[in-house]
Design a protein around this ligand. Structure first.
Ligand SMILES: [Ca+2]
Ligand SMILES: [Ca+2]
Ligand SMILES: [Zn+2]
Length: 316
């Protein structure tokens, strides 16, 4: 679990979409603990985009978690609506193949904390094969010591209820939202924590001193192991690093600070780190989700067809 605060650092960003392969990992945001109704339709739509961004770009194949009668899988998470003080058990959770379920909520943090996020936990019983399967989801490197892979069933993200959020209805455009924080930016950052950056054994296995020594991240960083934020947690990149977003320089998204009134993206360094901790990353340049057909354009298409039918009938 990690916490971020704000800073006023700003960068010029480019915005390009990349061609992406068919999805494998299926990120699902789960709203069952959202008792306050924080996740309005527009906010859920932003999280849908976050899910698609990762689902499009991570091609791992993860096994399902379906305990049999003599097997035990009890999922536990930090309470999405009180993450710093309590945890909750998720009753009767089963996890489909490739699925990663992230429970979300909101909490009025003191000060400037925008959100917290991290993977879930579990209690397990049954055969060693079942236990291994839950802990690795078929990714053998997750069972090694030191671990070289990470395949969680899911986790938690809590967004600051005290924050003024911007929920962008069209992630392909960036407009002015001064005075607000970008929900997309923060949700992508926290999802990367759920997926192991700053949280997984396979991350910490590659932390040496205050650097992350992953092979690809080091290569992307010009052959130098990228520096970590020197705050004792080793959970974030240093703000002094420069990653790239389709050629434009940007502080890595997994640094501890998010600017007010600006969008940030996963840089090549952030994606490289996910690759280094065991994810199969299709592109180091993925920024926003690939477009999906809008309901509006389907309606237009249907309307056009109807019009054709009408005019044809009138002609006869
Ligand atoms: Ca927009
Ligand atoms: Ca993997
Ligand atoms: Zn963070």
């Amino acid at each position: 679990m990690t916490i971020r605060r704000i800073s006023s650092t700003l960068c010029a960003l480019g915005l390009l979409s990349a061609a992406l392969p068919a999805s494998a990992v299926d990120i699902v945001f789960d709203y069952r603990y959202d008792s306050s109704g924080f996740f309005t339709a527009d906010r859920r739509a932003v999280l849908d985009g976050v899910a698609r961004l990762f689902s499009d770009n991570l091609t791992d194949t993860l096994s399902a978690i379906q305990p049999g009668s003599d097997e035990l899988f009890v999922a536990r998470i930090y309470d999405p609506v009180d993450p710093l003080n309590s945890s909750v058990v998720v009753d009767n959770l089963t996890v489909a193949a490739n699925q990663i379920r992230i429970f979300v909520g909101s909490y009025a943090f003191s000060g400037q904390t925008l959100g917290v996020g991290g993977p879930g936990f579990q209690s397990l019983g049954g055969s060693q094969a079942f236990i291994n399967q839950v802990e690795s989801r078929g990714e053998p490197g997750a069972l090694l010591n030191p671990a070289t892979d990470f395949a969680p069933w899911g986790g938690t993200i809590t967004f600051g209820a005290q924050i003024s959020w911007y929920a962008d209805s069209d992630l392909s455009t960036v407009e002015s939202f001064s005075g607000q924080f970008d929900l997309f930016t923060v949700a992508v950052h926290e999802t990367a924590h759920v997926l192991g950056i700053g949280t997984a054994d396979s991350w910490f296995a590659q932390v040496v001193g205050d650097t992350f020594t992953g092979t690809l991240a080091t290569a992307v960083n010009g052959g130098v192991a990228p520096a970590l934020r020197n705050d004792g947690s080793d959970a974030h990149f240093a703000t002094t690093l420069t990653g790239h977003v389709n050629g434009s320089a940007q502080v890595p998204l997994l640094s501890p600070f998010i600017p007010l009134g600006a969008r940030r993206y996963m840089t090549d360094l952030d994606w490289a780190a996910l690759d280094d901790i065991g994810w199969q990353v299709a592109s180091l340049q993925a920024t926003i989700p690939a477009p999906v057909p809008e309901p509006g354009s389907w309606a237009l298409l249907a309307g056009g067809l109807l019009l054709v039918g009408v005019s044809a009938r009138r002609r006869t």
